[in-house]
Design a protein around this ligand. Structure first.
Ligand SMILES: [Zn+2]
Length: 393
């Protein structure tokens, strides 16, 4: 059966006319047509679900490439129902696709996480689509471990890492590129179409240049857990800012990165070079208090997640807040910044031919936001997943 949905009276954030009032029609999970001005009278018969957007903003659904958990669950728990609950929580915050993200862990727990995602990859009923895995660690720098478990950080050995990347579910792999022993892994990832990002790293400018020559194309939570910008040693940050093909992840919760520094990043890289992520952990969506990270506890207070020693340990950020914060921090309008929550991420992991923008033929992954960035409706491949309405009739 043909299934169509018409969303009209919406400010559409399309690549060519962002912010213009118009309508969008979906058919069988894809964007069928887009127009500006008054809604069309639809020819033909068959059911059409109609949504009056009341002048609200219709954006491509958010794509979160770096998210560990929510609602008390994390990928590393290895639970299918937990992953489903995460996907539904993300959808309630406008996310239509995500990469479930690992922590530094034993080979065994990482393999289990990869197997779980292999089983569950694709659309999750009532939730965001699971696009695969972001492997964050274990090949990091212990000196910049942040909340990654320093006891399990190691160098990339073929015997362990090759089976990981041959699983076919990893789309993004974050490592510390300053180690000779990790460089081969960049080459192997690039060969397989896996994007490589520099993370938890003390790489200096030259080491980053070398890694970029191997194909490193991204920097993980820019400014956090890396060597900062010095005027004589540009560091990891300096290399990220000045290398055009490197995209910069950003946790825009105003805790990980000061708003003024968020502005610097967007001014230097342009909106096309910045990818908003949440880096959210299991406490996202839950009240403030004490939670377990792995076998260590974290405290959530005033919107920050910290280990007992005060180290930041991921966030409880959601994507619509990240986008709102970035608009406020940079003073730039959504007509410029909408790409930071969708298209840039889609491009970074090679799915922009079918996701990441409001264009005819792409998946109907949509989020409708009101003026205060509250999520009104989330649509995944033509299906309303938020608010969840029980089927009638
Ligand atoms: Zn991290």
């Amino acid at each position: 059966m043909t299934k169509r949905m018409l969303i009209y009276n919406a400010r559409l954030f399309t690549p060519h006319h962002p912010g213009q009032l118009g309508w969008l029609l979906t058919k069988n999970g894809q964007i069928r047509s887009i127009g500006f001005g008054q809604r069309p009278i639809l020819p033909g018969t068959g059911e059409v679900e109609e949504v009056d957007a009341q002048g609200n903003m219709l954006l491509p659904g958010f794509i979160d490439l770096h998210v560990h958990g929510a609602m008390g669950h994390e990928l590393m728990d290895g639970s299918a129902s937990g992953l489903e609950e995460m996907a539904r929580f993300y959808a309630s915050h406008g996310v239509t696709s995500f990469l479930a993200t690992t922590w530094t862990a034993s080979r065994d727990s990482i393999s289990k996480a990869l197997e779980l995602v292999e089983e569950m990859q694709g659309p999750i009923p009532g939730g965001a689509t699971l696009l695969g895995v972001h492997l964050e660690g274990p090949y990091l720098n212990p000196a910049r471990c942040g909340a990654q478990d320093v006891r399990l950080i190691r160098r990339a050995e073929r015997e362990e890492a090759l089976p990981f990347i041959e699983s076919g579910v990893i789309r993004l792999l974050a490592l510390a590129p300053e180690y000779e022993e990790n460089l081969w892994l960049i080459d192997e990832c690039v060969k397989r179409g896996i994007t490589v990002s520099a993370a938890h790293t003390a790489a200096n400018y030259e080491q980053m240049q070398a890694a970029a020559a191997h194909g490193l194309a991204q920097v993980t939570h820019t400014f956090n857990a890396m060597q900062g910008l010095g005027h004589r040693e540009p560091g990891t940050v300096g290399a990220a800012l000045t290398t055009p093909h490197i995209s910069c992840e950003l946790i825009a919760d105003n805790i990980h990165v000061h708003p003024a520094v968020q502005k610097i990043l967007v001014d230097v890289k342009s909106p096309a070079g910045v990818i908003l992520i949440t880096d959210a952990i299991r406490a996202a969506g839950l009240p403030e208090g004490e939670y377990m990270l792995d076998d260590r506890s974290v405290r959530i207070q005033e919107g920050a997640v910290r280990l007992p020693d005060g180290t930041l340990a991921g966030s409880i950020l959601t994507m619509e807040r990240a986008l709102q914060n970035l608009c406020a921090a940079t003073g730039r309008p959504l007509t410029e910044l909408w790409v930071t929550s969708s298209l840039n991420a889609a491009r970074a992991i090679g799915v922009s031919s079918h996701k990441g923008s409001l264009e005819v033929g792409k998946d109907a992954d949509l989020v409708l936001l009101d003026e205060s960035f509250e999520v009104q409706v989330t649509v995944v491949q033509g299906e309303v997943v938020y608010p969840f309405l029980p089927q009638t009739g």
